[in-house]
Design a protein around this ligand. Structure first.
Ligand code: GLA
Length: 396
């Protein structure tokens, strides 16, 4: 059964009639451009074919009543009395998005719904951004405000930063909001302008989950951000986006060794990401793969956010003849890698890399071919929110 049917049937069983809307928002995998988003730089993610789904109907009052299939839990809150977050509970993401939208002046109505999804939680594929954007979309359906992908991404990022206390950049929310089917998206994380980039013909994108998670990721992430900011301050620029590689190479000796390595990664990664876009527009899989390999080396040696498991799975992947290139993806320290492989070699790749990685590390990986999907959307409804708003106006 599809997830759309799962949340719909669950809704109907719980609330006694079919939902008024079904929405979805995807997770993501980043092809290249890692730890660049909070430096106002460039990223090249794609929205994956795994998503968070919500079946819902608007309520007449200001209550939000949500059932999570995956958490086997049901929670209710009032929009004029938002409960403070407790230990990043799943409902805190829903409440955080409500808080952020209210802060930004959106007029929200209550809704009741059922949420379910297939983005693995905590594996680095942005299940939290998927839940946030699906929640924003649910509020949009219930309340009938204008949907602007960048505004919604910013609101969801603010929920994560200021409500949940997680210091992330804009990449995950932006791609979950603005993803395009069969395309990666080059996102300028300063202007939030997006340009689609085609995946080279005859290639497949494979996600390689190492099966490892690392708890320290938040503190390490914050430390990397601070180091990047220190480098930018030294050069008197707003962000590392604002210095090009030749200028940096002339002045890098001014920095201490650690900050120099961190800055070197970010600046070279921005360059690689822009070259990746050219490679993709030219259909050059070999060049794109090479840039991904270089990105991993830079993340491993200069930014130091890889892990033995990530290095092992990337090495196994790169050793395969059908692989153009593989690298860690997301924040690092565990979680997933991503590989660009020849489409007709993908099945063999998955099988061989799984076996070799497991033999080398003892960890059980999960590898799967993914497809680029659309960003947050309403997939079914008694009408889009504008229709709903019209009905509403007529009634009152
Ligand atoms: C996490 C953050 C993103 C980004 C990546 C690293 O996924 O949520 O904003 O910084 O790490 O590229």
């Amino acid at each position: 059964m599809s997830l759309a049917d799962t949340v719909k049937d669950h809704f109907t069983a719980e609330f006694g009639e079919p939902p008024a809307f079904i929405v979805r928002a995807p997770g993501r995998v980043n092809l290249i451009g890692e730890h660049t988003d909070y430096n106002d730089g460039f990223v090249m993610p794609l929205a994956i074919d795994r998503a968070t789904w919500i079946a819902l109907r608007p309520r007449a009052d200001n209550k939000v009543d949500v059932i999570s299939i995956d958490m086997d839990d049901r929670r209710e809150f009032a929009l004029d009395d938002l409960p403070q977050p407790a230990d990043a509970d799943w409902i805190d993401y829903v409440i955080g998005v409500a808080w952020s939208l209210l802060e930004r002046g959106y007029e929200l109505r209550g809704w009741e719904g059922v949420v379910g999804g297939d983005v693995p939680i905590g594996s680095g594929l942005s299940s939290s951004a998927a839940l946030e954007l699906a929640t924003a979309r649910a509020f949009y359906c219930a309340s009938g405000f204008d949907w602007d992908a960048a505004a919604m991404a910013l609101a969801c990022q603010a929920a994560e930063n200021n409500w949940l206390g997680v210091n992330c950049g804009i990449m995950d929310q932006m791609i979950s909001a603005a993803g395009v089917a069969d395309r990666a998206l080059l996102i300028d994380c300063r202007s939030l302008e997006c340009a689609t980039a085609p995946l080279p013909v005859g290639t497949a994108v494979v996600i390689l989950d190492t099966g490892t998670r690392r708890g320290l990721v938040d503190s390490e992430y914050n430390q990397r951000r601070a180091q990047c900011e220190a480098a930018a301050r030294h050069f008197g620029i707003a962000a590392l986006r604002d210095i090009d590689l030749p200028t940096f190479l002339k002045r890098e000796h001014e920095l201490g060794p650690l900050i120099r390595k961190r800055a070197s990664h970010v600046i070279s990664e921005n360059g690689r990401t822009l070259r990746a876009r050219e490679a993709m527009n030219a259909g050059d899989a070999a060049l794109l793969g090479q840039l991904m390999i270089e990105s991993h080396v830079s993340l491993r040696d200069d930014f130091e956010v890889s892990s033995p498991a990530l290095d092992a799975i990337v090495d196994c992947a790169n050793a395969e003849a059908g692989c153009y290139g593989a690298r860690m993806t997301g924040a690092g320290f565990g979680g997933c890698a991503v590989a660009l492989v020849r489409a007709n070699a993908a099945d063999a790749f998955v099988e061989r890399v799984s076996a070799q990685y497991q033999a080398a590390t003892g960890n059980k990986p999960a590898l799967y071919v993914t497809r680029a999907s659309r960003g947050a959307e309403t997939v079914a409804g008694t009408g889009l929110s504008t229709d709903f708003a019209t009905e509403d106006t007529e009634e009152t």
